[in-house]
Design a binder for this molecule. Structure first.
Ligand code: NDP
Length: 333
């Protein structure tokens, strides 16, 4: 059984990851929060035996095998470095860090410590995206030429905190949502982005220097172009993910979701067909792969290098929007 420590008494752990770990037979031993009272309440509410306020206590107190890091983004780096040094396997939230150099140091530290390092890009685990990936790999749409990602949502009131007013914490829609788009595009297309142009907006929620909406176009190695629209202020839009090829189109609706939902339609010269999907909890699937990787069976769903790619793209999107100039996307791998 894998014994876990939670670094961060977060909403995402509360809503999805604690249950996903337990559904895979993992034990959550301890939680770290900067605030003792909040940590104790969080532990009690979630049936976790121990809560601590210092990373050292979490890493060297109760025996644990792995940590799940879901603090705000500027804290991830030091927490990953310390966890790797203590020999713990690491599942880290996206974006891995707020700079590419920090993220590279995290990946290198986990490699040196020989621990599994994963990025929690949950959308790879969706039946919808896997079905699209398989259909493309099987040649069902011919050569993919273009993709369209609709991922503009409304940020729920209980999450309207640091994402809207803390640039230092990696707030803003790009590091929150565009990184997921990038990872999903890479997964579905089996291709990597090379450059991006983008425009951002402050459409009512974000403050400071942060964007709460962004549109852009990424060019991929194969020549494919992908447009994306991400937002925090879009109350009534659907999400979607489409890939259009020389011989057909794949149209996913309601697929940029944390829930195991959505449909995918294949359209080509023979007509229109809905792909068969076996929906499973995305986070449970991710934890299952992480546990297997710890046991020496395969890789996590998204590894550290995948996290470097999505962060490199997110930072390039932000720079492109700021300068109005097309930016290269280069994770330095
Ligand atoms: P939260 O704001 O819920 O948690 C971040 C930190 O804020 C916590 O570590 C906690 O600090 C503090 N905090 C949380 N709730 C409260 C509160 N009520 N009062 C005071 N402090 C609080 O962030 P999220 O869970 O939304 O995001 C955390 C990380 O997970 C980010 O990196 C984000 O990008 C990522 N994420 C990933 C998703 C995915 O599907 N892969 C989805 C959502 C988020 P402390 O631990 O010190 O108590």
């Amino acid at each position: 059984m894998i014994r876990w420590g939670l670094i961060g008494a977060s909403t995402i752990a509360h809503e999805w990851v604690i249950d996903a770990i337990r559904a895979n037979g993992g034990e959550i031993v301890s939680v770290m929060s900067a605030n003792a009272e909040r940590g104790a309440k969080y532990a009690a509410d979630h049936g976790i035996a121990h809560s601590v306020t210092a990373l050292d206590e979490l890493l060297s107190g109760q025996p644990i095998d792995a940590v799940y890091i879901s603090t705000t983004n500027e804290l991830h780096k030091d927490q990953v470095l310390a966890s790797a040094k203590a020999g713990k396997h690491v599942l880290c939230e996206k974006p891995l860090a707020t700079s590419l150099d920090d993220a590279k140091a995290m990946v290198a530290a986990c490699k040196a410590a020989n621990v599994v390092f994963a990025t929690n890009h949950h959308l790879r685990n969706a039946a919808t995206h896997t079905a699209m990936r398989d259909a493309i790999a099987a040649g069902k749409i011919g050569k993919p030429l273009a993709a369209r990602v609709f991922h503009a949502v409304y940020l729920p009131p209980h999450l309207q905190g640091w994402r809207l007013d803390r640039p230092d914490a990696g707030g803003g829609v790009i590091l929150d949502i565009t990184v997921h788009d990038t990872d999903t595009l890479r997964y579905v297309l089996g291709d990597d982005p090379v450059e991006v142009i983008a425009s951002t907006q402050q459409s009512g929620l974000a403050k400071a220097d942060l964007a709460d909406a962004v549109m852009g176009i990424m060019r991929f190695k194969s020549g494919l172009i992908a447009m994306f629209h991400d937002g925090f202020t879009t109350k009534y839009a659907d999400t979607g993910f489409e890939v259009h090829g020389t011989e057909g189109s794949l149209v996913g609706r309601n697929v940029m979701s944390q829930k195991p939902v959505g449909i995918v339609t294949l359209r080509n010269a023979d007509g229109e067909f809905e792909l068969k999907l076996d929906h499973q909890n995305l986070y449970e699937t991710g934890i299952a792969k992480f546990h297997a990787a710890i046991a020496g069976n395969g890789k996590p769903a998204a590894d550290g290098e995948d996290g470097l790619w999505s962060l490199a793209a997110g930072l390039a999107v932000a720079e492109a929007a700021k300068t109005g100039v097309t930016q290269p996307i280069d994770p330095g791998l």
